[in-house]
Design a binder for this molecule. Structure first.
Ligand SMILES: [Zn+2]
Length: 103
């Protein structure tokens, strides 16, 4: 498994779902790839200003975000949103997984 495929496993499923919603709603702005495995973006939420999240696929625990949830060392929905924005095929895969097994 690549780092990319493992990355969602670091999130609680409810958080991934919120991140997917942000991605689908177009709340992720200014996506930038910093290195092979590091991406940043600005994620608009309920707050007016939104949050800046940074994900590190190689070292998930070094992912960061300036929201209160992430300050408790948790993987937040903004990080999930950045992940799905960077890899839309992973968003499709996760959505398929949520909708249950295929016939
Ligand atoms: Zn956050």
């Amino acid at each position: 498994m690549s780092n990319r495929e493992n990355f969602p496993g670091y999130f609680r499923q409810s958080i991934l779902i919120r991140g997917l919603e942000y991605h689908r709603a177009g709340n992720v702005r200014n996506l930038k790839q910093i290195t092979d495995s590091v991406y940043t973006a600005h994620v608009e939420g309920t707050e007016e200003t939104g949050y800046t999240a940074r994900i590190d696929l190689e070292r998930p625990h070094l992912s960061s975000c300036d929201c209160p949830f992430a300050s408790k060392d948790m993987m937040c929905k903004h990080m999930a949103a950045v992940f799905f924005e960077a890899f839309p095929e992973e968003a499709d895969k996760f959505e398929k997984y949520l909708s249950g097994p295929e016939e």
